[in-house]
Design a protein around this ligand. Structure first.
Ligand code: URA
Length: 243
């Protein structure tokens, strides 16, 4: 990889800015000052330093966000703030995107990455990645609903969902539930409840596959995945596809 590309990808500025660093003799490769931006380097083998500090090459970023309500799960939007607007420039530089969508009014766990392959695996219907949602539902959620969800329900467009595991935490005028589903159709949780004549009034995603929303993250906050979380996610790449 070209030296200027590596430095720019790692967050040291645009290619133009990086060339200035090189020109000023601030970059060394394996101990020697290098001014040629086109020099080919191997990040796995070569030691690259900026004013004596090691340059650690990173191609991908993986962020867990506690999505707040009122922002859109998209990279840009004409009218609304997006989850990308909540990131600092250091993270934005990697051009991450949200893996799947949460509705504007939905809160909770959202993964952002620029690793297209990992995103693809997580979103692939064949992988049946389980997602757990907490919801407040207006109206009494009943054992009958639990049974209906376990069989799969028919949505307003005629689609029959895969089985959902519905747990009633509290039943009342406004019920509290947890629902595990393995697919991600548009407005799926809300539409599943509509199919049994009920309305979701609050929705929060708690988990996605092996990822569990970090309780330390306040609404709108995010952090990088730990090595452990990432390696659990990467196992999805190698797990056998179903069907
Ligand atoms: N289901 C919904 O209805 N909305 C979401 O944001 C996520 C799942």
């Amino acid at each position: 990889m070209r030296l200027d590309k590596l430095l720019s990808n790692t967050g040291y500025g645009t290619r133009k800015e990086v060339r200035q660093l090189l020109k000023k003799g601030m970059i060394r490769v394996n101990g020697a000052v290098i001014k040629d931006p086109a020099l080919h380097v191997d990040p796995a083998k070569d030691t690259i330093t900026l004013l004596g500090e090691d340059v650690v090459y990173k191609e991908f970023v993986y962020l867990m966000m506690h999505k707040p309500p009122g922002v859109i799960s998209a990279t840009e939007d004409k009218y609304d703030r997006t989850v990308i607007d909540l990131l600092g420039s250091e993270e934005r530089h990697f051009q991450p995107f949200p893996v799947g969508r949460l509705d504007k009014d939905t809160e909770g766990l959202l993964l952002l990455t620029n690793d297209g392959q990992l995103a693809h695996h997580l979103l692939s219907p064949k992988k049946e990645v389980p997602k757990i949602y907490f919801a407040k539902v207006s109206g009494q959620v009943t054992e009958e609903d639990v049974n209906e969800f376990a069989k799969g329900v028919i949505l307003d467009d005629g689609y029959e969902t895969k089985p959902g595991d519905l747990k009633i935490l509290q039943s009342g005028d406004v019920s509290e539930i947890e629902l595990t589903i393995t697919e991600g159709k548009f407005h799926q949780v809300k539409r599943m409840f509509e199919s049994v004549g009920k309305k979701v009034v609050y929705l929060k995603r708690l988990t996605m596959g092996p990822l569990i929303l970090d309780k330390q993250l306040k609404l709108g906050e995010y952090r990088e995945l730990t090595d452990e979380e990432l390696s659990e996610l990467q196992k999805l790449d190698s797990t056998k596809q179903k069907g």
